[in-house]
Design a protein around this ligand. Structure first.
Ligand code: CTP
Length: 415
């Protein structure tokens, strides 16, 4: 007998052909798969392809005279352990979210008590539309699992979020859901996204995030372009995987995730003090902040006047290197992770930084590349490990990259 029975719903998008590979991988994992397609999906892939691979009738329309089962949406929906939609268009997400049941697949969704997992794929603008995001949020609140779309080059030749997740990852997440049950009941996470089960529940993360502001006088400061997006993504992902997370956040342009403890710090000095106060509890320290390396040596108490000067010279002094300090004074078993934003010889400089600061892992990125660096939702990076490993991370969302970084941290823990 097959391990799991899966209803694979295919909807009408370019990525529909990838559902064939998902089917094959599920079958290899000993799953019995039945396929339902929307009418539009059949414009992209012939039902015959799925019929040949499953040896079963592929249901598109309940009322089709060739359909062997007159109440197929009831029978189909009640004979499965998981309804998996690959790819999911904005249209099917909208129908599921609003209880519209005007074809076989949407009726099946309403009729099923099985778990439902949705892997969206669409153009970035469609994905980011408030209407789509509202529907996604509604479905997550209804208990539907999402395999979030990733960033990359889309069929419409634009680069952005909306690409179907790798088929291997979709299958992995579907099987993990079936094997481990509802992760959200364990972690209290109701976001609907599925990450590996609480694999960081033994860790306490302390993460610096965002940029610092170094006062010149009461109205002016030196700062940088950091948004805090990458650091917050790591914080959110670690918490979603069961870790206790404290973030020391400098200046950020985005809101912190809801599932972490946030301490605000404006200057490098403040950040250093906050980290020192918290570090005793940490098992993993991640320095994701863009800490100013230098601050005005003597910040003026009153606003500096021009006083007819053409040139004004500011004297700067070195700020404490928080990451180096943490690394030097670390307690046994603590892992220390740094970031390196470079414009040239990225890996070379990052490796030097790793050695100089005594780090276990460095996430290095070339901030000159499109889609990487400050204030973007995506990143491109190389993870360097102390043992000499180099893991290339191509263009992906910062949230997705956060999980990849955490996977490497977990590997260090196991070695
Ligand atoms: N960092 C820190 N405290 C500082 C400066 C940097 O904790 N005062 C951390 C950052 O959070 C990041 C890493 O160190 O994890 C970046 O290293 P850094 O040496 O500051 O990078 P650069 O400023 O780019 O170094 P350099 O000027 O030598 O290129």
């Amino acid at each position: 007998m097959a391990k799991y029975r899966i209803g694979l719903g295919v909807t009408g998008g370019i990525a529909a052909y990838k559902a064939v590979e998902v089917l094959r991988l599920l079958q290899k994992a000993d799953c019995d798969v039945s396929v339902a397609m929307t009418r539009h999906a059949t414009e992209f892939v012939q039902p015959l392809t799925f019929r040949a691979l499953t040896d079963k009738h592929v249901i598109v329309d309940d009322y089709d005279p060739e359909n062997p089962d007159p109440i197929a949406h009831i029978n189909f929906s009640q004979e499965i352990d998981l309804l998996l939609i690959v790819p999911a268009t904005a249209n099917i997400i909208g129908k599921f979210a609003n209880g519209v049941a005007d074809d076989f697949l949407s009726s099946t969704y309403l009729a099923t008590t099985a778990k439902v997992m949705v892997a969206p794929a669409m153009n970035t603008t469609m994905w980011e539309q408030p209407a789509t995001q509202r529907n996604v949020a509604q479905l997550k609140a209804d208990g539907v699992y999402f395999v979030e779309p990733v960033a990359g080059e889309l069929a419409c030749k634009t680069v952005g979020t909306g690409k179907l997740e790798d088929v291997e990852n979709i299958v992995k997440q579907a099987l993990a859901l079936l094997e481990t049950g509802d992760r959200r009941q364990e972690t209290g996470d109701v976001s609907g996204s599925l990450a590996p089960v609480s694999d960081l529940s033994k860790e306490n993360f302390l993460i610096t995030v965002g940029g610092t502001r170094e006062a010149i006088d009461p109205v002016r400061f030196i700062s940088n372009h950091s948004s805090g997006k990458m650091g917050f993504a790591v914080a959110e992902a670690a918490a979603a995987r069961g870790a206790k997370v404290t973030v020391v956040a400098g200046v950020t342009t985005v809101e912190p995730p809801a599932n972490v403890n946030v301490i605000r710090a404006v200057s490098a000095e403040d950040m250093h003090a906050a980290v020192k106060a918290e570090i005793a509890h940490a098992t993993v320290f991640v320095g994701a902040a863009a800490v100013a390396d230098y601050a005005p040596a003597n910040a003026a108490d009153a606003k500096i006047k021009k006083d007819g000067r053409d040139v004004l010279t500011l004297e700067l002094k070195k700020t404490p290197d928080i990451l180096s300090e943490v690394s030097k004074n670390r307690h046994t078993g603590m892992l220390v992770v740094g970031f390196a934003a470079e414009t040239n010889d990225v890996v070379g400089y990052a490796r030097t930084k790793m050695e100089k600061k005594g780090l276990d892992l460095v996430v290095a990125n070339d901030i000159t590349k499109a889609g990487a660096g400050f204030n973007t939702d995506t990143n491109i990076a190389t993870i360097l490990t102390r043992a000499g490993g180099e893991i290339e991370l191509p263009l992906m969302s910062k949230r997705e990259m956060a999980d990849r970084i955490l996977d490497e941290i977990l590997l260090l823990r196991k070695n």
